[in-house]
Structure formats: structure tokens, C-alpha cells
Design a protein around this ligand. Structure first.
Ligand code: 13P
Ligand code: ZN
Ligand code: NA
Length: 283
């Protein structure tokens, strides 16, 4: 079934491995991710943006994730990604999400604290994990767009203060990655992650996990980034497989044919990310 991500991430951090949080955009992709995780005996987090909640429905998503995680016997956290709207957070928690992100990173520090506290008041007593962001992660995720000039790294002392003031169990500090596929290589500020890790005990979250080189992901995980978010690479992998199907066989309209190709591409991507963070065999 759906489990709390708090013990999952605390355990991962202690064990020096990561948990991948895959963004899913369709019901099929929920099954694909969980089938791959099951084959690798890996715990996993599924996450949806607000756009996906609006498209599929929070209660529908919860029911499908619950059914699929029970079918595959995979411990699965269900997380609401990058939410700026308290009402949607309430709706997700009511539906059965085990984790929510309040993204108030576009606001000044004090307002970010206030909005995060408001969500903590709602979620914490229900055992729902809360993730907050400090600094600004660049790139595009759903309708949140942050240009390269506006991207801003988290300040370590502010991370400490923020965790003390809000009590958040999970923190996403911007450390140089961006949402989407990079033009060049990401410029990850490892010494900053190290400093933050010395000041706060909570598991940290790596946003913008797509296209981050393997050794960089491993280093981030070793420095306490226990949750690694992957969206773009997964959806691109299976969308590309479907496109390829229609290039090669434009007359073949059998969904079982093109969705099988999509599934294989999705599962291969999931497996490679799970191997990267070292969560294989942790179930
Ligand atoms: P990518 O699209 O770069 O994988 O980023 C995912 C993410 O951070 C979701 O919150
Ligand atoms: Zn993100
Ligand atoms: Na990225």
C-alpha cells in the first residue's frame, strides 16, 4: 500500500542510499514504475504535479497507486510535487497522499516559513511528510518557470533556521541543478550540500534529477540527498518510444503494441535510476 515517506527517507539517509521519486503523468506509467521497482526489490516514491492532479484526479491517483503497490508488493510513497496552493494540498491529503511539497520558494524567506508552517499544521499530525524548497531551482516544472538568471542557490544558515522554525521533515535546497534536460552539464555546488548537511539532519531532496551524470547523483546521495526527483527523462523515454512506434509502423494502432514499447522504455529508465541511487534490494 501507500506508505509514509518520512521513515523511508530517514532510513535511506542513514543507510547512505537514495530513493527515487518518479513523476508520473498517466495511470499506465504508475504500473510501469512499480513493476520495475518490484523486479529490483526497491522502495520508490511516485509523485504528481498539480497539473497531473487536475488531469487525473487526486482520488483516482490514490486508488490506482494503492492497487498497483499492493499488486507488486512495493513499499510506495505518494507525493504531491511543487504545490503552491494550500487548497490542492488539503485535497491531496484528504485523498490519501502520504507526502506533500509546499513550494513557496518564490516568496521571501519569512513568507516561505509562514506558508510551510501552515502546511505543517495540517499535515504533520496526520503523518503526512512535508517538503519545502529553499533557494530557487531553475528550469520548467509544470507551470512553475524559473529562468537561469532567477535561479538561486539555498543559503546554508537559512536552511538551518528554516528547519528549526518549521520542523519540516524534508528539505529541498537549490544547489545548482535545474528542471528538465541541461544544455551543458549541471554545475552542482557540492560544498554547499556538504555545509547544509552539517547544519540540518533532515533528508535533503535533489530536484531536477534528469540528466544529472551518474557520479554526481551518487555524490549528492552520499552527502544526504536521500530523495532524488526524476521527471523529464522518464516521460521523454516512453513518449519517444511511442513516437518511434508510429514512425516505424504508422498503420499499427493497437494500444497493446505501442504501450508495450512505452512500458519497456519506462522500465529501463526506472531501473537505471534505481541503480544510480543504490536502493536496489532494499525491500
Ligand atoms: P527533472 O524533470 O529534471 O527530472 O526534475 C524533476 C523534479 O525536480 C520534479 O520535482
Ligand atoms: Zn522539482
Ligand atoms: Na534536470
Amino acid at each position: 500500500g501507500i506508505i509514509s515517506t518520512t521513515p523511508l527517507l530517514n532510513q535511506a539517509k542513514k543507510g547512505k542510499y537514495g530513493i527515487v521519486a518518479f513523476n508520473v503523468h498517466s495511470f499506465d506509467s504508475i504500473y510501469w514504475v512499480l513493476e520495475a521497482a518490484a523486479e529490483m526489490r526497491s522502495p520508490v516514491i511516485l509523485q504528481t504535479t498539480v497539473g497531473t492532479v487536475k488531469s487525473l484526479g487526486a482520488e483516482n491517483i490514490v486508488k490506482v497507486v494503492k492497487a498497483a503497490s499492493e499488486y507488486y508488493h512495493v513499499p510506495t510513497g505518494l507525493h504531491l510535487d511543487h504545490c503552491t496552493d494550500y487548497e490542492v494540498i488539503k485535497q491531496a491529503i484528504r485523498a490519501g497522499y502520504s507526502s506533500v511539497m509546499i513550494d513557496a520558494s518564490m516568496h521571501p524567506f519569512a513568507e516561505n516559513v509562514r506558508r510551510t508552517q501552515e502546511v505543517m499544521d495540517l499535515a504533520d499530525s496526520l503523518g503526512v511528510n512535508v517538503e519545502a524548497e529553499l533557494g530557487k531551482v531553475g528550469g520548467v516544472e509544470d507551470n512553475i518557470v524559473v529562468s537561469e538568471e532567477d535561479a538561486q542557490k539555498a543559503v546554508p544558515t537559512e536552511c538551518k533556521e528554516f528547519v528549526q522554525m518549521t520542523g519540516v521533515p524534508t528539505l529541498a535546497p537549490a544547489i545548482g541543478t535545474a528542471h528538465g534536460i541541461y544544455k551543458g552539464e549541471p554545475n552542482i555546488d557540492f560544498s554547499r550540500i556538504e555545509q547544509i548537511g552539517e547544519l540540518v539532519d533532515t533528508p535533503l531532496v535533489l530536484h531536477g534529477g534528469s540528466a544529472v551524470p551518474e557520479e554526481d547523483v551518487r555524490k549528492c546521495v552520499s552527502l544526504g540527498m536521500a530523495k532524488v526527483n526524476v521527471s523529464t527523462e522518464l516521460k521523454n523515454a516512453y513518449s519517444e518510444a511511442i513516437r518511434q512506434h508510429f514512425i516505424e509502423e504508422p498503420e499499427s494502432l493497437d494500444p497493446r503494441a505501442y504501450l508495450q514499447k512505452a512500458k519497456e522504455a519506462a522500465k529501463a529508465m526506472v531501473a537505471s535510476k534505481i541503480r544510480m541511487v543504490g536502493s536496489e534490494g532494499k525491500v
